[in-house]
Design a protein around this ligand. Structure first.
Ligand SMILES: Nc1ncnc2c1ncn2[C@@H]1O[C@H](COP(=O)(O)OP(=O)(O)OP(=O)(O)O)[C@@H](O)[C@H]1O
Length: 304
């Protein structure tokens, strides 16, 4: 993405950022820029360094080296002018537990000097209208998570950090949150989004950085990352209709694996292989699958 033509500083600019815990290099020479208005995903296995990196951007942790610029300012040491412009949801968000959801959010809103009607609006946005008068300790895990997200959004920050925000959400709540996030993006907000859900990154993010052992091993649009995975197509044939050795003998099939009740035939040229499968097994129940971000992710992080 080109630099902003107006000369406005990017949302985040990291240059050669490092952070070690003892001998462990949690963040190792990380350089990237997040443009304003961008939906930027951070993906990587457990312990890859994503949270450390996000905490450095949020000003919660000091980097050992490199430069960190957030909305044109240094987040460390704590910058009181910067804080209200950031929205932060972490995996261990804190709550005022004696309060109801509405009271909690009103307190957060007051701390940030948010508009009066922002509390009700934000509760509606995250689907917590019915829980407005429920005490925080009586909320379910998913409802608490939604309240944590609301707490990061209530003051309309320019730059929003969400660390695995859908981890405890049921599928409906997850999709509803996607909708909220898409609307925030449409409204011009910048979102830095950590997730373990590859489908989520593919559906939401403009660009995705894959973090492996503290380093950025890939950074691109989901589409271009998927294209890197090559042009393989996988044909899933019901296992009872084709023997594994017959599948291997088909011209153009490069690999055959088993996946529950299907044989999975990998090929670079699906047309002739489909024709051959039709001859020996028929096409009823045969499905095809192209490369996904998950395939590329697994290749890059060595988790295959
Ligand atoms: N305060 C700390 N002290 C010592 N080591 C730490 C500390 N915080 C994190 N680490 C280590 O640094 C590495 C990176 O951790 P980090 O939490 O940043 O990874 P992550 O990518 O966010 O992982 P996850 O997906 O599991 O949340 C891990 O090996 C972790 O054990």
């Amino acid at each position: 993405m080109p630099d902003n033509p107006t000369g406005e500083s990017p949302a985040v600019r990291l240059t050669a950022v490092r952070k070690s815990y003892g001998d462990l290099r949690a963040v190792d020479e990380v350089t990237f820029t997040v443009q304003r208005g961008e939906f930027f995903g951070l993906l990587g296995p457990n312990g890859a360094g994503k949270t450390t990196l996000v905490e450095i951007m949020e000003g919660l942790r000091q980097a050992d080296g490199g430069t960190v610029e957030v909305l044109g300012r240094a987040p460390w040491p704590r910058d009181p002018e910067l804080l209200p412009r950031l929205g932060v949801q972490t995996q261990s968000s804190a709550f005022f537990v004696r309060l109801t959801a509405h009271e909690h959010l009103r307190t957060v809103a007051a701390l940030y000097g948010a508009e009066r009607d922002a509390v009700a609006r934000t509760l509606t946005m995250v689907g917590l209208d019915e829980q407005a008068t429920t005490r925080v300790e009586d909320l379910s895990g998913g409802q608490r998570q939604r309240l944590a997200i609301a707490s990061a959004l209530v003051h309309s920050p320019e730059l929003i950090f969400l660390d695995e925000p859908t981890a405890a959400l049921d599928p409906q709540a997850r999709r509803a949150l996607w909708q909220v996030l898409r609307e925030l993006k449409r409204a011009g907000r910048t979102i830095v989004y950590t997730t373990h859900h590859l489908d989520e990154a593919e559906a939401l993010c403009d660009r995705v950085a894959i973090v492996t052992r503290g380093r950025i091993t890939a950074l691109d649009t989901p589409g271009r990352l998927v294209a890197r995975g090559g042009s393989s197509v996988w044909l899933l044939v019901p296992a009872e209709r084709l023997r594994e050795e017959d599948a291997r003998a088909l011209p153009g099939v490069s690999e055959v694996t088993r996946e529950s009740d299907a044989l999975v035939l990998r090929t670079e040229d699906a047309g002739p292989v489909l024709a051959a499968v039709e001859k020996v097994a028929g096409l009823a129940g045969v499905r095809t699958r192209t490369a996904s971000l998950e395939d590329v992710y697994l290749q890059l992080t060595g988790q295959e």
